[in-house]
Design a protein around this ligand. Structure first.
Ligand code: URA
Length: 239
């Protein structure tokens, strides 16, 4: 089987797992009718606290930052991957073992599923930009603490302000909670548009969804994730 065939088979199996067993919505949809729910108010609307005029400056500010205890045990700083011009920014939780080894986000098992999720909306790492809410791996892949995420948050918010995506996909509870400033669980947050405001820039629409690692453990929830991805694609198609 060629690499292309393997990718197509993996994508097909993702569709089947999501319960997508027939082609829906073949007829054109009027996206101006009905409409999505109004965006919820933004969380923290303070300006970026990190001074960086470019992504390269931000990357070196992160690499020189020693205020997050996670970096003590990590091998690599994991900053971002993909295309910052793509209009779509994905924000996950934290690097895992593979990411810590390679220095790029989402290159392990969860990353493979994430690639399939992107493919399902016609994108890949040349048409999406991927980062996390912390830049270093927590030992044993535990969830980063509120303090660890708070230490990195000014960098993440500055990251958003420099990339200025048209939409953000928040992967999992940790990313959604820290960036939306809420304690609500991911099952309550997912599938609804929120906004992230940084400084004086227009708020960026942000859609929380399940983390791919969670979907690997709970494949039955892939159908919900698929609904979220369709909603994301609609927004990107019309934005
Ligand atoms: N999980 C994440 O949230 N981020 C990664 O980079 C890898 C796995």
């Amino acid at each position: 089987m060629s690499t292309g065939d393997r990718a197509a088979a993996a994508l097909l199996s993702w569709y089947v797992d999501m319960g997508a067993d027939e082609a829906l919505a073949a007829a054109p949809l009027n996206r101006f009718q009905g409409g999505s729910p109004p965006p919820e108010p933004a969380g923290d609307d303070g300006g970026p606290a990190v001074s960086a005029a470019t992504l390269d400056e931000l990357r070196s500010a992160v690499e020189n930052f020693h205020g997050c205890p996670l970096r003590t045990d990590a091998n690599r700083t994991v900053f971002a991957d993909g295309n910052p011009e793509a209009g779509l920014m994905l924000i996950g939780e934290a690097p895992g073992r593979e990411e810590d080894r390679v220095g790029l986000p989402f290159v392990g098992a969860a990353g493979k599923l994430l690639d399939q999720m992107l493919a399902a909306i016609g994108r890949d790492r040349t048409s999406a930009y991927i980062t996390n809410v912390v830049f270093w791996r927590p030992l044993n892949n535990r969830t980063p603490t509120d303090e660890e995420m708070a230490a990195c948050l000014p960098f993440v918010r500055t990251h958003v302000s420099l990339v200025r995506p048209r939409a953000i996909l928040l992967l999992g509870a940790a990313a959604a909670r820290v960036l939306l400033g809420t304690r609500l669980g991911i099952s309550k947050l997912r599938g609804q548009w929120h906004e992230i405001s940084v400084g004086n820039l227009p708020p960026v629409p942000a859609l929380p969804t399940f983390h791919p690692a969670f979907l690997l453990r709970q494949p039955a929830r892939k159908a919900d994730a698929w609904q979220d991805l369709r909603r994301l694609r609609r927004r990107l198609d019309t934005a």
